[in-house]
Design a protein around this ligand. Structure first.
Ligand SMILES: Nc1nc2c(c(=O)[nH]1)N[C@H]1C(S)=C(S)[C@@H](COP(=O)(O)O)O[C@H]1N2
Ligand SMILES: [Mo]
Length: 263
């Protein structure tokens, strides 16, 4: 395959973009959803021009699509404004009932015991103690009515309350110059986000839905709510979080969904 030609942009290290992309292009094409999702970013004709690949060769197509997706992550990261707010809505606009979604059905929603639950905090932080729900509830609380957009083709407006993640990160002495914050959930879900989004004023450790403790189906006891990101980037039932410079992907991201996942 030919060298991926990166346009020169101010402040962008083109070679680093390609290196980062190349380190992620080893996976084989096996997920139709992944391929369909990535193909939306660029037509195959354009892709073959860009890369010089034969479009009849699946592994080359896959490699090129992965490069485009990682390139896209870098561009979204560069374009992300740490202060621009996602739209907010009135209480009358809330979608009722708010939809449930997970990689399993509603009959398999995880029931977490709030009394014994702890949020484990590791990585590049000064204070690594595990948090109880009561401790999180004692922090200053914020609220938002925002739109959740799922790539499966639906969106809905909901009302979430909880702790601003930026407040929490500062409180625990997180190294906010780190690249990523990763999350592990009570189910097998996991994801990771860029630090700029972690510090965004609308990124919330949500403890409530519509004024009540988060119901199990919406991620009790705590989910991360980010109106600047697509639904799959919003982890429910969070059990552990870590601040890191090591890329750790995500449940859907590892199957081809774009990692940055901006909405
Ligand atoms: N732990 C966990 N978090 C998750 C998921 C999941 O399967 N498990 N699915 C994601 C997806 S794809 C969506 S659209 C939203 C759905 O959140 P909701 O049930 O509150 O609508 O949760 C996200 N977070
Ligand atoms: Mo989703």
């Amino acid at each position: 395959m030919k060298i991926f030609k990166v346009p020169s942009l101010p402040g962008v290290d083109g070679e680093a973009v390609v290196r980062e992309a190349r380190s992620l292009i080893v996976r084989k094409l096996d997920q139709p959803a992944r391929r369909a999702f990535l193909q939306r970013s660029l037509t195959l004709g354009g892709l073959s021009l860009l890369t010089g690949c034969s479009i009849s060769d699946d592994s080359h197509v896959e490699a090129a699509l992965s490069q485009v997706s990682r390139f896209n992550d870098r561009m979204q990261g560069l374009l992300f404004s740490p202060t621009r707010l996602a739209p907010t809505y009135s209480a009358a606009e809330i979608t009722r009932p708010f939809p449930f979604n997970a990689y399993y059905g509603e009959d398999e929603v995880r029931e977490v015991d709030g009394a014994s639950w702890r949020l484990e905090v590791t990585g590049m932080v000064a204070d690594r103690h595990a948090w109880t729900l009561a401790e999180l509830r004692a922090m200053p609380q914020d609220e938002q009515i925002t739109r959740h957009i799922c790539v499966e083709g639906w969106s809905a407006i909901g009302r979430w309350g909880g702790v601003r993640f930026a407040d929490f990160l500062r409180h625990i002495g997180a190294d906010t110059s780190a690249k990523y914050v990763g999350f592990k959930c009570v189910d097998d879900y996991f994801t990771s986000i860029d630090m700029a989004t972690a510090l965004h004023p609308q990124t919330l450790m949500a403890l409530t839905y519509d004024g009540q403790p988060l119901p199990p189906k919406y991620g009790f006891p705590m989910k991360l709510r980010m109106p600047t990101k697509l639904g799959y980037k919003n982890p429910k039932h969070i059990q552990a979080m870590f601040v890191t410079n090591t890329y750790s992907g995500g449940y859907w991201e590892d199957q081809g969904y774009n990692w940055f996942g901006g909405s």
